[in-house]
Design a binder for this molecule. Structure first.
Ligand SMILES: C[S@@+](CC[C@H](N)C(=O)[O-])C[C@H]1O[C@@H](n2cnc3c(N)ncnc32)[C@H](O)[C@@H]1O
Length: 281
């Protein structure tokens, strides 16, 4: 095995430990993603591993290269319809003093939490301040775009957007659409690594968690760690929405699966489920 190959394995291990993203079986993809960066820094892969250890801030730059940030407004409409028509009305008694708290746990450039905000506003069930959306991601650059609320008119973010949503939820600028303030004010963007050991102390207890199209990048150990943290952060009876290609059914996580003819999602059970989770380690 060449020295570069050994160093690449070391880097993939470091990435897995840092954020759960699993490049260990996809080394050539990792190699091509960092090639330009190494050239720019004039470092070998081995030297880059050392650099990451000495300069923890360098992780932000690496994260920008290795995360997949693809997202768009109104993604997976069947699930969103279930959320708006079936789940939101259950919380219609929430007030600014006792708000409905929704966490978008890997929000990328913001399209998901803003879509949630749009569905909340459209439902007309809540007063201003009665719904708080916390939106987190590990990629700081993506979060900066999210915070700006600006999306280029020609961007793929709008690929599934219903036509009527432009007027309802955006202000048209010369080259961009800007998310309206009433929606932006609902969302609190924060930097967060889902594999952080102290995640539970960093997020307020929530009623609903969206974590879509992220678990596909993790192995079962990382998924279990994240799902257990979600279980603790959710209030009893709270809901978890994953992407349509992601499932935790059969993992004995303590969540019950809710099936409808078009979607499935998860609900935090009561004491019985907590016992099941403890028993399954
Ligand atoms: C494909 S996007 C999904 C965005 C959105 N949830 C959706 O479904 O449209 C995946 C996001 O997960 C984020 N991510 C990957 N690993 C993460 C980690 N360990 N902690 C927090 N976010 C992570 C990436 O930065 C990226 O923005």
């Amino acid at each position: 095995m060449t020295a570069d190959r050994i160093a690449l394995i070391e880097l993939a291990d470091m990435i897995y430990d840092y954020c759960g993203i699993d490049y260990r079986k996809n080394l050539s993809s990792l190699e091509s993603k960092i090639a330009e960066k190494l050239k720019e820094l004039g470092l070998s892969i081995w030297e880059y591993c050392g650099y990451l250890k000495m300069e923890p801030k360098e992780w932000d730059g690496l994260i920008e290269l290795i995360t997949v940030n693809e997202t768009y407004f109104f993604r997976e409409e069947n699930l969103l319809e279930e959320f708006q028509k079936v789940i939101l009305p259950k919380y219609a008694d929430r007030t600014p003093e006792n708000p409905l708290r929704i966490w978008s746990a890997a929000c990328s450039t913001g399209e998901e939490p803003y879509t949630i905000g749009m569905l909340v506003e459209e439902s007309s069930l809540f007063k201003a301040g009665a719904v708080q959306i916390i939106a987190t991601d590990i990629n700081k650059k993506a979060l900066n775009t999210a915070k700006s609320g600006l999306y280029e008119k020609k961007s793929l973010s709008f690929r599934r957007m219903p036509v009527e949503a432009y007027d309802k939820f955006f202000i048209e600028l010369e080259e961009d659409y800007k998310v309206k303030d009433s929606i932006r004010e609902m969302v609190d963007f924060r930097h967060m690594n889902l594999l952080d050991n102290n995640i539970i102390g960093k997020i307020e207890k929530s009623d609903i968690i969206f974590c879509r199209n992220v678990l596909i990048y993790f192995d079962n150990n990382a998924i279990r760690k994240i799902i257990n943290a979600f279980y603790d952060i959710l209030k009893p009876g709270g809901y978890l929405f994953l992407g349509h290609a992601e499932t935790i059914t059969g993992m004995h996580t303590g969540f019950e699966t809710i099936h409808t003819p078009s979607v499935y999602y998860y609900r935090k059970g009561g004491k019985h489920y907590a016992a099941v989770r403890r028993a399954s380690g």
